[in-house]
Write a new protein. Structure first.
Length: 324
């Protein structure tokens, strides 16, 4: 054969078998091995890339249990508020919900609705039945599951979900009503949720009402939740809370409190979130304080002064990274 097609005997290093390959084929095999090694090397380096993580600590007070605060990172409830923190290999997910207190007038405990909503969201995440970029999907699935119960749980609640995609370092959020979140970087608020209100002090809410009252009870679709996408950096602080915080503490007070956060250690985070929540609670019962809630009331023609006594739930999160 021509020289460029001369045959050489090649012994396999793995099987010991002998094969005859043209020189051109030998080159292609060698080149293929180099390419394969390059790709394998790339995939190995990729597997060692750093992943983003959220470290989260919660604290809160029930409105009627001022001396009965609770701390914890999972499954905590404060008064009619509820919250959860869940982890999955794809994402870290957290949420807060504020049960609408008006249901007490009908003999219904509002905390059962908000707690069940958050517990269902948590289970959906733990079972991996979600897409990190779609927090509304989690909220919708949770609410629909509650609707399908043989004996639907009556009540209504606001909700706010936050998802950190560990690979992308991207934060996906869904907020329905007047709970919410803010992101702080270098001591400044760089991103936050917007309230959803039908009118003053009447937030958007998910609801399950008895048939005879469905026309008189506000009920918003989970798909109406406001969504946002935001790229985070290591060291970013995410504060997620029910309206009991935001109605009683303006942004500058929250930022002042966050300055005491020394690092992402549990103790430092616990001390900080505890301090924030306690200040909000103290202001809520100050009759002479012109709270954000009172200011908004005045803007709507109401003569209101003082704080707003309410359940308060705060989740303090810090973006970190870990090498996988």
């Amino acid at each position: 054969p021509p020289p460029w097609q001369s045959v050489r005997t090649v012994r396999s290093q793995t099987t010991g078998s002998v094969s005859c390959l043209p020189r051109t084929m030998q080159f292609m095999v060698a080149y293929g091995r180099l390419v394969a090694r390059a790709f394998l090397g790339g995939s190995l380096r990729q597997s060692e890339r750093r992943e983003y993580r959220l470290i989260t600590v919660s604290f809160g007070f029930g409105k009627d249990l001022r001396k009965g605060s609770k701390t914890g990172a999972k499954g905590s409830g404060y008064g009619d508020d509820a919250c959860f923190v869940a982890t999955h290999r794809l994402a870290d997910v957290l949420g807060v919900a504020d049960g609408v207190g008006g249901w007490w007038d009908y003999g219904v405990d509002p905390s059962q609705f908000s707690t069940t909503l958050m517990q269902t969201c948590e289970r959906i995440v733990q079972e991996g039945l979600f897409v990190p970029s779609n927090p509304v999907g989690i909220l919708t699935a949770s609410y629909n599951e509650m609707l399908q119960n043989k004996a639907p749980l009556l009540g209504s609640s606001t909700a706010c979900l936050v998802i950190l995609d560990r690979q992308k370092g991207c934060l996906y959020t869904a907020n329905l009503g007047d709970s919410g979140f803010l992101i702080v970087r270098d001591g400044k608020i760089i991103h936050r949720s917007d309230e959803q209100q039908h009118y003053f002090n009447t937030p958007f809410q998910l609801a399950i009402a008895p048939p005879e009252a469905r026309d008189s009870i506000l009920n918003d679709s989970p798909e109406t939740a406001e969504g946002s996408t935001f790229n985070v950096e290591v060291g970013d602080i995410i504060l997620t809370a029910t309206d009991g915080l935001f109605d009683n503490m303006p942004d500058y007070m929250i930022l002042q409190q966050l300055r005491q956060l020394k690092d992402s250690s549990y103790q430092s985070m616990k001390n900080t979130v505890k301090s924030i929540t306690e200040q909000a609670q103290q202001l809520a019962y100050d009759p002479n304080y012109m709270s954000p809630f009172a200011q908004h009331a005045c803007e709507n023609g109401l003569n209101v002064q003082g704080g707003k006594p309410d359940d308060i739930t705060v989740l303090l999160s810090v973006v970190t990274e870990s090498e996988e």
